[in-house]
Design a protein around this ligand. Structure first.
Ligand code: UT7
Length: 332
C-alpha cells in the first residue's frame, strides 16, 4: 500500500432552530425535567420544521464542512451519508445531497449503522482513501429522529433529537497519522434491543416508530464502548493518557461518564453536548466533533478518540490525529 493517509480537513454541523425542552414533554407526558436531566443529561433537543428533512440538514452541515476544508462540491469524489432516517426509502439521501450540492463528480450512497453510522462511514472512507479508490470524500451523519418517535412513549421520546454533522476526508501524503485505527463491529442477534418495527418491506403491521429496551441497551453500551476503545488503543499502541479529546456518541451522560472514568479522562478531555441536542444518532459524533473543533478544543497534532454504540447492535471506535492545517498547507 502507498504511504497515503486519510485526514479530516474540515467539519461542519447544523441543527434545526426549534428547541424542545424537557418541560415541553412534562406538559403532556408523565415525566419531568429533573428525571430527564438526572437519568440522561438532556436539557433540550432540536426538532426539524415540518418542511425540513434529513437531506436539508445534511446539505447545511456539508456546505460548512466544505468551506472549512477550502474545497468546492465539484472537488468531491464521493459522498457517504450515514442515516437511519432517510428522506424516502430510495433513492439514497446521499444522492439527494449530491444533487443539491452540485457535487457532479461524486458517487453517493447511504450507510445505515444507526448511532454507529458515522464511525462506520469514516472507517469506509479511510479504506477508500488509503487504497487509492478516492481522494476527497464527504462523510455525513444526518438524522430527523423526530419523525421516528412514538411521542406517547416517555422511555424513548425524550431521548432523541434532530441534527447533522459532516467532515471532509482527504488523501494526504504529508500527514503522519490522520485517521489512524478504526474498528467497527456488529451483533445482529440483539436487533430487537433498539428497532423500528414498521415502515420497511416486512409486513409487520407495526408502526414506524422506535422501540427500545432501555436498561439492557444501557448496560451493553457501557460494556461494548469500553471494550471497543480499549481494542483501538491497544491496536495503536496508544495509552488513554495520550488522548486529548474523547468524542463519544451522545446517548446518555451516565454512559459517557462511566466510559470516561474507565479511561481515566477528566471532564475537560471529554466532549459533551447531549444537554443541548439529546441523541441525534448518526449525527451525534460529527456534530460534537465540529463543535469541539470550532471551540478550539482540538488542536493540530492532537489525538482524538471517537466511539459509538447503537441499534443493530453496532459499535465501533476510531483514533485520529488532527492534521487539518498540515494538509491544507500542503495544498497551497
Ligand atoms: O443510541 C443508542 C443507544 N441508546 C442508549 O444507549 C440508551 C440507553 N438507555 C438509557 O439511556 C436509559 O436506560 C434510559 C434513559 C432510557 C432509562 O433510564 P433508566 O435509568 O435505565 O431507567 P429505567 O428504564 O430502568 O426506568 C426506571 C423508571 C421506570 O419506572 P418504574 O418501572 O421503576 O416505575 C420507568 O418507567 O423510570 C421510568 N421512566 C421515566 N420516568 C420519568 C422511564 N422514562 C421516564 C421518563 N420520565 N421520561
Amino acid at each position: 500500500m502507498s504511504g497515503v493517509r486519510a485526514v479530516i480537513t474540515g467539519t461542519g454541523s447544523y441543527a434545526p432552530s426549534r428547541v424542545m425542552t424537557n418541560d415541553d414533554f412534562a406538559a403532556y407526558l408523565e415525566t419531568n425535567d429533573s428525571w430527564i436531566r438526572e437519568r440522561t443529561g438532556i436539557r433540550e433537543r432540536r426538532i426539524a420544521a415540518e418542511e425540513e428533512s434529513t437531506s436539508d440538514l445534511a446539505v447545511m452541515a456539508s456546505t460548512k464542512a466544505l468551506a472549512a476544508a477550502g474545497l468546492s462540491p465539484s472537488d468531491l469524489d464521493g459522498i457517504l451519508l450515514a442515516t437511519a432516517t432517510p428522506d424516502i426509502l430510495f433513492p439514497s439521501t446521499a444522492c439527494l445531497v449530491q444533487a443539491r450540492l452540485g457535487a457532479s463528480r461524486a458517487f453517493a450512497f447511504d450507510l445505515n449503522a444507526v448511532c454507529s453510522g458515522f464511525v462506520y462511514g469514516l472507517t469506509v472512507a479511510k479504506s477508500m482513501v488509503e487504497s487509492g479508490a478516492a481522494s476527497k470524500l464527504l462523510v455525513v451523519g444526518s438524522e430527523v429522529m423526530s419523525r421516528s418517535l412514538d411521542w406517547s412513549d416517555r422511555g424513548t421520546a425524550i431521548l432523541f433529537g434532530d441534527g447533522a454533522g459532516a467532515v471532509v476526508v482527504e488523501a494526504s501524503s504529508v500527514a503522519r497519522r490522520g485517521l489512524e485505527t478504526f474498528r467497527v463491529r456488529a451483533d445482529g442477534r440483539y436487533w430487537e434491543m433498539i428497532h423500528v418495527p414498521g415502515g420497511g418491506a416486512r409486513k409487520t403491521g407495526e408502526p414506524p416508530t422506535i422501540r427500545m429496551k432501555g436498561g439492557e441497551t444501557f448496560k451493553m453500551a457501557v460494556r461494548q464502548l469500553q471494550e471497543s476503545v480499549e481494542e483501538v488503543l491497544a491496536a495503536s499502541g496508544v495509552s488513554a493518557s495520550e488522548i486529548s479529546l474523547l468524542v463519544p456518541h451522545q446517548a446518555n451522560i451516565r454512559i459517557i461518564e462511566a466510559l470516561s472514568a474507565r479511561l481515566g479522562l477528566p471532564a475537560e478531555k471529554v466532549m459533551v453536548n447531549i444537554d443541548r441536542y439529546g441523541n441525534t444518532s448518526a449525527a451525534s459524533i460529527p456534530v460534537a466533533l465540529d463543535e469541539a473543533v470550532r471551540a478550539g478544543r482540538v488542536r493540530e497534532g492532537e489525538r482524538v478518540l471517537l466511539t459509538a454504540f447503537g441499534a443493530g447492535v453496532t459499535w465501533g471506535s476510531g483514533l485520529l490525529t488532527w492534521e487539518a492545517d498540515l494538509q491544507k498547507r500542503s495544498r497551497a
